[in-house]
Design a protein around this ligand. Structure first.
Ligand code: ADP
Length: 249
C-alpha cells in the first residue's frame, strides 16, 4: 500500500482522490447479469466491482437449517484472490465470515420472511475488486438481486459509509482513506421506511462527529437508493422492449 500522504484532505477540503467531503464515488448498477440465477446484480462503486447471484426461494437443505415458520437467508461474502493487490487466500477468512453475517442481518428486515416457511435463499457475493466500503456496496447489490429474484420486499436496502480522515468527517471512504483515516461508520438503510439495518463503527469519533457521520451516510444512502430503483426499472424496460420487438416480428 502507498505511504500515508501528508494530508488526506487539503485546506480547500479536497480529498486525495479529488472528491469533496460529502461526495460519493461514481456508481454503476446493473440488474439481471447472471441469467441462470433467480436474481442477480452487479455494482461498481468507485473501484469496487461486486457481483451478486441469488438462488431461491427453494426448499432449504440441509433440512436441519429449515425454520417451520419462516425462510432462511444464507449469505456468502467472498473476496476473489485477485480482488486486492496481495493475493487473498480463497479460504474464508474471519473477516469474510463476519461480513457474511452482518450483510445477511442487514438484508433480513426487508424480506417478508414468514411468507416462505421451510425455504431459503442463497445470496452469493463475489468481490472481484475491492477498494474500501465493500460491505456497503455488497448490501446495495444484494438487495437489488433479491428484488430481481421476485421476492416481495418491504423496501430495498442500501449501504453507504462515512468516516473521519485527518480532522474531517467525510462520505464514502475509499481504501486508502479507510486504512489511513481515523474512523469508518458503515450504515445500511431502508430509505422509504427510514429504518437503519446496519450500523458499525471502526475507529474513534466524538459523539458529535458520530452524529455527523451517521447523518452523512444516511444522505449518501438516499442518493444511491435513487440509482438502485433506476437500475431495477431499467431491467424491466429492456425486457418490455424485447417483448415488444418479438411480438412485432
Ligand atoms: P469494507 O470493504 O466493508 O470497508 P473493511 O473495512 O474490513 O471492509 O476493509 C476495507 C478494505 O480493505 C476493503 O474494501 C479492501 O479494499 C481492503 N482489504 C480487505 N481485506 C483485504 C486483504 N485480505 N488484503 C488486502 N486488502 C484487503
Amino acid at each position: 500500500m502507498s505511504e500515508k500522504p501528508e494530508k488526506l484532505i487539503d485546506k480547500k477540503g479536497i480529498r486525495s482522490d479529488g472528491r469533496k467531503a460529502d461526495e460519493l464515488r461514481p456508481l454503476k448498477l446493473e440488474v439481471g447479469v447472471i441469467p441462470n440465477a433467480d436474481g442477480s446484480a452487479y455494482i461498481e462503486h468507485g473501484k469496487n466491482k461486486i457481483l451478486v447471484g441469488v438462488y431461491g426461494p427453494r426448499e432449504m437443505h440441509p433440512k436441519h437449517l429449515q425454520q417451520s415458520d419462516r425462510m432462511v437467508i444464507r449469505c456468502r461474502y467472498h473476496m476473489a484472490p485477485f480482488s486486492v493487490q496481495e493475493r487473498k487466500s480463497p479460504a474464508p477468512s474471519r473477516r469474510e465470515v463476519e461480513l457474511s453475517k452482518v450483510i445477511k442481518e442487514a438484508l433480513e428486515p426487508s424480506v417478508f420472511m414468514d411468507l416462505y416457511p421451510r425455504s431459503g435463499i442463497d445470496v452469493f457475493i463475489e468481490v472481484l475488486q475491492a477498494d474500501g466500503g465493500t460491505r456497503c456496496a455488497s448490501i446495495t447489490a444484494a438487495s437489488l438481486a433479491i428484488a430481481d429474484a421476485g421476492l416481495p420486499l418491504r423496501d430495498l436496502v442500501v449501504g453507504c459509509a462515512a468516516g473521519k480522515i485527518d480532522d474531517t468527517v467525510v462520505l464514502d471512504l475509499y481504501d486508502a482513506e479507510d486504512k489511513l483515516g481515523a474512523a469508518d461508520v458503515p450504515v445500511a438503510l431502508m430509505p422509504n421506511l427510514n429504518a437503519v439495518t446496519l450500523l458499525q463503527m471502526d475507529g474513534i469519533l466524538t459523539p458529535a462527529e458520530f452524529d455527523t457521520a451517521v447523518n452523512m451516510a444516511i444522505e449518501g444512502c438516499k442518493k444511491i437508493y435513487v440509482m438502485q430503483k433506476e437500475a431495477l426499472r431499467a431491467k424491466y424496460m429492456t425486457a418490455k422492449e424485447e417483448l415488444k420487438e418479438e411480438v412485432e416480428e
